[in-house]
Design a protein around this ligand. Structure first.
Ligand code: MN
Length: 156
């Protein structure tokens, strides 16, 4: 159950977030970055891989400067429908606070036709973003053995 963690953290009678389900991998996979004004402001970076949105919380948000690496903590998979979610998660709920769509668009893996969950476990993802704010080539790579902590940076 790829979304079991997502569902277990939320009470869908109390939060406007989508319940969602695992979808088909998209032909043109999408990315979204949601500015999340929770207890601590962060940017949720999500890539559509294998029918879900693989997700990282980036406390400082992405930097367009290729020499700046930004910490990206992997979080639970989200349903693809979450890419369209903007709104306020009410107090008392997981992630309470405002969610805004900061950027969105398509992405393209650089070295293969599409990513699967094994690419995520490999701890290295290189892709082109085709968003409104962000474009060009980016890399996400894990820095710990447990693949929780990653770094996000723009490629030179
Ligand atoms: Mn968040």
């Amino acid at each position: 159950m790829a979304l079991a963690r997502y569902h277990s953290k939320r009470n869908f009678k109390a939060t406007p977030e989508p319940k969602g389900r695992v979808g088909k991998p998209g032909k043109l996979p999408i990315f979204v970055i949601q500015k999340h004004s929770a207890r601590a402001l962060h940017y949720d970076f999500r890539l559509q891989i294998g029918g879900v949105l693989k997700s990282w919380a980036v406390p400082k948000g992405p930097s367009k400067n290729p020499s700046v690496r930004r910490l990206a903590m992997m979080t639970e998979d989200h349903p693809v429908a979450y890419a369209k979610f903007a709104g306020t998660i009410p107090k008392g709920n997981y992630g309470a606070g405002k969610v805004e769509i900061w950027d969105h668009g398509a992405f393209r893996p650089l070295k293969k036709a599409k990513f699967n969950s094994r690419d995520v476990s490999s701890g290295q993802l290189e892709f082109e973003l085709k968003g409104k704010k962000l474009s060009g080539n980016w890399v996400l790579f894990s820095i710990g053995k447990d693949k929780k902590a990653w770094l996000l940076k723009k490629m030179k």
